[in-house]
Design a protein around this ligand. Structure first.
Ligand SMILES: *[C@@H]1O[C@H](CO)[C@@H](O)[C@H](O)[C@H]1NC(C)=O
Ligand SMILES: *[C@@H]1O[C@H](CO)[C@@H](O)[C@H](O)[C@H]1NC(C)=O
Ligand SMILES: *[C@@H]1O[C@H](CO)[C@@H](O)[C@H](O)[C@H]1NC(C)=O
Ligand SMILES: *[C@@H]1O[C@H](CO)[C@@H](O)[C@H](O)[C@H]1NC(C)=O
Ligand SMILES: *[C@@H]1O[C@H](CO)[C@@H](O)[C@H](O)[C@H]1NC(C)=O
Ligand SMILES: *[C@@H]1O[C@H](CO)[C@@H](O)[C@H](O)[C@H]1NC(C)=O
Length: 495
């Protein structure tokens, strides 16, 4: 009797552990989880939102212990990242080994973090970086993979380099996918990198942005950015293929470049793809909804691309959450890539199953649960201010320390009048300052109000509570977690 019930308990515990560890995530959709926000959602809230939405893969830009600890035991597959500014250090093997030890091996236990990839750098060969990372990226990649191998993890965890699609192109004289080659200034380096990836069994990781194709060129045919056919398809005489969307054309340009570099069979992971919702005339929720509907339908059908037909493409959407502290050097849209707002609220209908869920109506994402907001009050321009001559100084100051990108040309709040502009700026500053005493004054130019100043198009937001999980910390998770999981397993069996 005792033996039998012990056996039953062990089986149940194993089962619960298996459930906690998660099912294989093959075919699952991934998302990028960036954290460059003034107010981060608590990591646990984000992980629960991922789970509520059935998202089984996530890509990070570093190895911050906050998100990593929250991901432990979730079964979600993770790509951890090494930022560009650490690549130089990783050319030293000892430093690479320490990084792997602290940021990979430490999470490698039952109920830890299911790390699948290490992203070595982030778009290090972007033309805008002026070659800063050209000499360090390959040595860093080699050292990290060697450190993974030496730690006994190299079979299951692969080092890769997420690259911008600007590392390859086709000649202006023959701009078709079959003519794709790596950029001439880095062709030799790219050949070495793809051969290394091929040898280590790692995928090539590329970020593809149809939105940026559109943003970058006035003559770009709008419908070519989506997936519903186009009035101006690209006919590739080299392959006899007709391309009807820029995603396929871009992907296949890479496939051709890989083949030319002697690695035609190298698996390709799309590290980032998405559509922003503000900060440009083409950055709207309606376009984003249309783009994702087409992309997700295509992915769910395992359609592949013309050069790699009928196959599953591993994709990480960019991005999960808006980040109001990102650099706007690429454009004002940069802070609006999230499929959910800063507070975890979905922006538009989106069916992650790509129509495979059986619902006729577009499904909605599940919002973050239990989000805590600051008090329901806003900061606006004071209608009774005696002297408003210095209001533009106040606005400039407010916007230099908060996110005013929604005010720009083509953005959601561009239609406000001068007073509305000032109110928007003052409120963004007030919210970033956690509505602190004195942060809604601007020498008498601003006052707080309980009346929501939002318009149909323009959202005056209330920030979320600053979270403890948003701050940097290092929790002793590796030591505490296995015990916790065993306890949880036992409790679930007993209760
Ligand atoms: C581990 O990753 C974190 C976050 O990216 C970084 O700050 C830290 O330096 C890394 N540890 C080592 C030993 O390199
Ligand atoms: C690259 O060069 C341009 C032009 O010289 C300069 O404006 C820019 O700041 C440089 N960027 C970096 C990351 O060094
Ligand atoms: C990279 O190495 C080459 C050759 O050693 C050197 O000329 C160049 O200055 C280096 N570039 C950087 C950014 O360090
Ligand atoms: C590397 O590429 C060659 C040719 O495409 C292929 O036969 C080989 O299996 C690849 N190696 C790995 C480890 O994937
Ligand atoms: C409001 O601010 C935006 C961005 O600074 C500017 O383009 C617009 O002209 C302003 N509108 C008025 C009426 O001042
Ligand atoms: C404004 O933002 C809040 C918080 O995310 C959201 O609930 C609301 O729907 C938004 N309103 C508009 C008009 O976008």
């Amino acid at each position: 009797m005792a033996a039998a019930s012990y056996h039953w308990l062990a089986v149940m515990a194993a089962l619960v552990v298996a459930l906690v560890a998660g099912l294989p995530a093959a075919g699952a959709l991934g998302v990028n989880w960036g954290t460059m926000a003034t107010h981060r959602l608590p990591s646990g809230t984000v992980v629960r939102m991922l789970q509520d939405n059935g998202i089984r893969k996530v890509k990070l830009f570093d190895a911050d212990p906050g998100p990593m600890d929250a991901l432990a035991g979730s079964g979600i597959e993770v790509m951890v990242g090494i930022p560009n500014n650490m690549l130089d250090m990783m050319t030293d093997y000892g430093t690479a080994r320490d990084w792997v030890h602290e940021n990979v091996s430490r999470y490698n236990f039952d109920g830890g973090v299911t790390i699948k990839y290490v992203a070595v750098g982030n778009e290090p060969f972007l033309s805008a970086f002026n070659g800063t990372f050209l000499n360090v990226t390959l040595p860093a990649l080699q050292n990290i993979q060697r450190a993974l191998d030496d730690a006994g993890l190299g079979e299951s965890i692969k080092a890769t380099v997420p690259l911008n699609a600007d590392v390859y192109n086709s000649p202006v004289s023959n701009p078709v996918p079959s003519a794709g080659r790596f950029r001439s200034d880095i062709a030799d380096l790219m050949t070495e990198i793809v051969q290394f990836l091929n040898q280590s069994g790692a995928p090539f990781t590329v970020n593809i942005y149809p939105f940026l194709s559109l943003y970058g060129s006035d003559g770009f045919p709008l419908d070519y950015a989506f997936f519903d056919g186009t009035s101006s398809p690209v006919v590739d005489a080299g392959s006899g293929i007709t391309y009807t969307n820029v995603f396929d054309a871009n992907f296949d340009t890479l496939v051709s470049a890989l083949a030319a570099a002697g690695a035609g069979g190298l698996p390709v992971v799309v590290g980032e793809v998405g559509w922003p919702t503000d900060g440009d005339t083409h950055a709207t929720a309606a376009y984003a909804q249309k783009f994702y509907a087409g992309l997700l339908r295509k992915l769910a059908a395992n359609a592949g691309t013309p050069l790699r037909p009928s196959q599953y493409i591993e994709v990480y959407l960019f991005s999960l959450i808006d980040e109001d502290a990102k650099s706007v050097a690429p454009g004002n849209f940069e802070r609006h890539w999230g499929i959910v707002r800063y507070d975890g609220q979905p922006k538009y209908p989106m069916d992650l199953s790509g129509g495979q869920g059986g619902n006729a109506a577009p499904a909605a994402l599940v919002a973050a649960r239990g989000v805590q907001y600051l008090p329901r009050q806003w900061c606006v321009a004071n209608p009774n201010a005696p002297d408003t001559s210095r209001i533009s100084d106040g606005v400039a100051y407010a916007c230099s320390l908060s996110d005013c990108t929604a005010l720009g040309y083509g953005s959601s709040c561009n239609g406000l009048d001068a007073a509305g502009n000032a109110s928007y700026a003052f409120n963004m500053y007030f919210q970033v300052q956690n509505q602190a005493e004195g942060s809604c004054d601007f020498q008498g130019l601003a006052v707080t109000t309980a009346q929501n100043p939002s318009t149909d198009a323009c959202n005056f937001t209330i920030q979320i509570e600053p979270s403890a999980a948003g701050r940097r910390r290092r929790a002793p998770v590796a030591a505490a977690l296995p015990l916790l999981l065993v306890l949880r397993a036992v409790l679930q069996v007993v209760l």
